[in-house]
Every structure is written in C-alpha cells, then in structure tokens.
Design a protein around this ligand. Structure first.
Ligand SMILES: NC(=O)c1ccc[n+]([C@@H]2O[C@H](COP(=O)([O-])OP(=O)(O)OC[C@H]3O[C@@H](n4cnc5c(N)ncnc54)[C@H](OP(=O)(O)O)[C@@H]3O)[C@@H](O)[C@H]2O)c1
Length: 215
C-alpha cells in the first residue's frame, strides 16, 4: 500500500519589480505605492490553508528597519530578520523582542533561518520578503533554496528612479499559468479576490505572476 507523504514546506520569494530593469527600491524605500499589491502581499503571506498554522516571513535588516514601528513585526506571521551582526542587532531591538517573543526572531544566516523554519511545528510556508541583498543571495545560493517566486510584474511608461535591483536569471524560472496561481489563491480562501492581470494605479500597470524553480 502506498503511504501518503506530507508535502515539504515550500520556500517562496515574494517581490514587486519594475521590468525590464528589475528595479525594486529607491533610497531605501519602495519606488511606488500600490494598494492592491500591498493587499496581495499581506494576504498571501498571512493566509494559510490550515487555520492552525502560521507562515514565516524572512527579511533583511534594512527592510525591517524601513517598516514603520507601528506596523512591525508584521502581524499574523513569524518575522525572522537577518543580520550578520545578530547579537548587536538583538541588543538594538531588545524592547521589540521582549514585546514580541513568539513572533520576532533574529538569525545570522539565510540558510540557518530556513533550516530552523523547517524544524518548527505549526508552520505552513516560508516567504522571503526582501530586500535586494536577501533576494539576490537566495536566488544565487548553491542548492535549491527557493521553490517559487510570487512576482508582481510592474511597468511604467514614464521613467522611475530606482537604485536597487534584482539579479534575475530568467533561465532558472518557469512561468506557471494564471490558473495555477488562481488555484493556489483559492486554496487559501483568496479565490477571485485579485485581478491577476491589467491592474493600474497611477502611472503603474502590473500583473501577478507565479514562477517555479526549474531545478
Ligand atoms: N520591491 C519589493 O518587493 C521590495 C521588497 C523588500 C524590500 N525592497 C527594497 O529593497 C531595499 C532594501 O534592500 P537592501 O539590499 O538594502 O537590504 P536588505 O536585504 O533588506 O537588508 C540587508 C541587510 O540584511 C542583512 N543580511 C542580508 N543578507 C543576509 C544574509 N544572507 N545573512 C545574514 N544577514 C544578511 C545584513 O545586515 P547586517 O549589515 O546587519 O549584517 C544586510 O546589511 C529597499 O529599497 C526596500 O524598499 C523592495
């Protein structure tokens, strides 16, 4: 008799990027303010199929520092912040860590953060949420760290000032169909919640894509 094997925990990148440059940031901030994309980010990273589980968001220290204090740690998710100087950063965030002992953690390497995540009970998915240093090291790491990318693909007819970019190797990623993305959203109770293509806010047009690691 065949035994059912539990699906391994997926590790995903979630990122909004302006193509063709693959820009993601400007002066330490996002170069845009896209309401529906913010909602997509919040819902996808927070919702779970199993109501008893939570997701993990992993981010670099600069990205965490750029979140207004009243919004951090990001609610409903376990926040793991990366710093090579983890002890020094722990000291700096001492009061925040004391206030949120179960939802805020600091690790000194991405690999360790992912390994630790896989050992925790009650975790459904891991999302790498930026910034550039973390995205780029996750995508270029040896071995298979990232399973898929939730990419908000942005375009603009006017020039957008950007200073932070993804090193994106198109060869490594395969685009999944919009039906696959919709099915994933549906599994989390988000069916029909988002228009996947042709969104427009100000000068920005954007679509939500799901890419899978070919490896
Ligand atoms: N468009 C998007 O979807 C999106 C999403 C998130 C962020 N962003 C943008 O990205 C920009 C920030 O990116 P960034 O590259 O400056 O900062 P970042 O990746 O958020 O943080 C960099 C810092 O994180 C730590 N770190 C990074 N990788 C690490 C690793 N593998 N192991 C241990 N520590 C690690 C280091 O801290 P220490 O120096 O303390 O060692 C490093 O200085 C901003 O403009 C932000 O708005 C865009």
């Amino acid at each position: 008799m065949q035994t059912l094997r539990k699906a391994p925990m997926k590790v995903s990148i979630i990122v909004a990027s302006l193509l063709p440059e693959f820009g993601i940031g400007s002066k330490g901030r996002l170069p845009w303010h896209l309401k529906k994309d913010m909602k997509f980010f919040k819902e996808v990273t927070t919702r779970t199929v199993d109501q008893n589980k939570k997701n993990i968001v992993i981010m670099g220290r600069n990205t965490y520092d750029s979140i207004p204090k009243r919004f951090r740690p990001l609610k409903g998710r376990l926040n793991v912040i990366l710093s090579k100087n983890a002890d020094e950063y722990r000291e700096q965030l001492k009061s925040e860590l004391q206030a949120h002992p179960d939802t805020l953690k600091i690790e000194d390497s991405l690999e360790k953060a992912i390994e630790q995540s896989k050992l925790l009970h009650g975790i459904e998915e891991v999302f790498i949420i930026g910034g550039a240093q973390v995205y780029n090291s996750a995508m270029s790491a040896q071995g298979h760290i990232v399973d898929r990318i939730f990419l908000t693909k942005i375009s603009s007819p006017v020039k957008v000032s950007m200073d932070t970019f993804l090193k994106f190797d198109a060869e490594q990623w395969e685009k999944r169909s919009l039906d696959d993305l919709e099915e994933y959203l549906k599994s989390k109770g988000l069916g029909g919640e988002f228009q996947l293509s042709g969104n427009k806010e100000g000068e920005f047009e954007y679509s939500f894509l799901l890419l899978e690691n070919k490896k």
